[in-house]
Design a protein around this ligand. Structure first.
Ligand code: ASP
Ligand code: MG
Length: 422
């Protein structure tokens, strides 16, 4: 018997029929002797619907007091889900009780719309489990120190589930979702992409931050920090498949040190169209320039990703970096108003038609020449690399967005990730 956390996404919760199927699947685990905590998302489309209603009435400029109400509204989606699922479980003959985040409580900071979990009180949940109940806890939400309802940001139910599993020291956290696991890359771009039976936590963290949308990145951080064995698996398998088979399916996030595994050098290819490139041309090449430019950007709370500074000519240089595409025009505004006048240039160029393609693998730590193999592959396809950034276990390049699919497909093949054709 083990304590297991299940998380179900919005699609699984999308209708009463589907909720009944979730209840049947959970009941199967209970009958096999396990203790279950279930964390569901809102019914699919519900969070969007609620936020659209709120936005329809809200003034254009968002303030903390508007965001407070946004969270109070958005959190209701999950509250409906937990109640419905608890009823469906009882209809299956399983004892169940539902809780909203504040009832557990799941304590967060006060950063409305992107709150972070600070602590979870496990006493109430443990008492119910001991009494033989399934406990259904809302995803996505919590309560701050002043008693205000908060939400964790879109996709936050993944994080709730892993955090609950960490607090309860659960044996495993199973994330039931629309995809049947983590793939070497997005199968919509590369049909020969393969599902990984396991992926190391570090690789998963890179994949999530580099654009793979399988899990909310905060949930991966939690899994790593508390070493929660977390598995991503399909919610589309019939609820009555063999439990052992289900328990082994999908992709397990692992924490073993690399030496135990026969590790592929590159485990996956990630990509993202979410960035934009900004170049400041003809800035003086002297100490403090990077700080002047990026300091002002950071002060505006804008996150910078890839950075490049070119060699100088006649004491002048060009400085380029990428930001999230949503922050592009704000960044240019900040530069024009706060930075350029002092630097003696007014030349700032932007490019929103870029993408970032990354190779990820903990095997890169112990193999040389991985990055150069990437560059060779791209050059053979005639793809120009605009920027490069590396870390111990990834290499990212910024390229023209129109070559994204070609780049991903070629790299997938070059690093032997293609599945044998069926
Ligand atoms: N319902 C929330 C959303 O749509 C949280 C989640 O599903 O993870 O973002
Ligand atoms: Mg999700």
């Amino acid at each position: 018997m083990a304590l297991i956390v299940h998380k179900y996404g919005g699609t699984s919760m999308g209708s009463t029929e589907r909720i009944r199927n979730v209840a049947k699947r959970v009941a199967k685990w209970v009958r096999a002797g396990h203790q279950l905590v279930v964390v569901p998302s809102a019914m699919s489309g519900e969070t969007n619907r609620l936020l659209a209603l709120a936005k329809d009435l809200a003034p254009t400029k968002s303030t903390a007091s508007i965001d407070r109400e946004m969270d109070a509204i958005a959190a209701t989606g999950e509250q409906v889900s937990v109640g419905l699922l608890a009823i469906a479980l009882q209809a299956e003959g399983v004892q169940a009780v539902s809780y909203a985040g504040w009832q557990v409580p799941i304590r967060t900071n006060s950063a409305y719309t992107k709150a972070r979990i600070e602590s979870i009180d496990d006493a109430r949940v443990r008492a119910d489990l001991a009494a033989g109940k399934v406990v259904v806890v809302t995803g996505f939400q919590g309560i701050d120190a002043d008693g205000h309802v908060t939400t964790l940001g879109r996709g936050g139910s993944d994080t709730s589930a892993v955090a609950v599993a960490a607090a309860l020291k659960a044996a495993e956290c199973l994330i039931y979702t629309d995809v049947d696991g983590v793939y070497t890359t997005d199968p919509r771009v590369v049909p020969l992409a393969k599902r990984l039976a396991s992926i190391s936590f570090e690789e998963m963290l890179e994949m999530a931050s580099l654009g793979s949308k399988v899990l909310q990145i905060r949930s991966v951080e939690f899994a790593g920090k508390y070493r929660v064995p977390t598995r991503v698996l399909s919610s589309f398998t019939p609820w009555d498949i063999d439990l052992q088979e289900e328990a082994q399916s999908g992709t397990l996030i692992t924490f073993e040190d690399d030496s135990q595994m026969e590790q592929a050098v590159v485990s996956g290819i990630a990509f993202s169209r979410d960035e934009a490139k900004i170049s400041v041309l003809g800035v003086p090449d002297k100490p403090g320039i990077a700080y002047r430019i990026l300091g002002a950007v950071a002060d505006a709370n804008i996150e910078v990703d890839v950075i490049i500074q070119n060699v100088s000519h006649d004491g002048k240089t060009d400085f380029s970096f990428t930001v999230h595409r949503n922050d592009y025009s704000r960044t240019v505004d900040v530069l024009r108003s706060k930075v350029l006048p002092d630097l003696g240039t007014d030349r700032v160029e932007g490019d929103t038609h870029i993408c970032k393609v990354s190779i990820v693998g903990i095997g890169m730590r112990s193999h040389v020449g991985v990055a150069s193999k990437m560059f060779r592959c791209l050059s053979e396809e005639g793809i120009n690399i605009q920027m490069i950034s590396t870390s111990e276990i990834k290499t990212s390049v910024v390229i023209d967005e129109k070559y994204m699919e070609l780049a991903v497909r070629s790299l997938h093949r070059a690093f032997d990730l293609d599945a044998a054709p069926a």
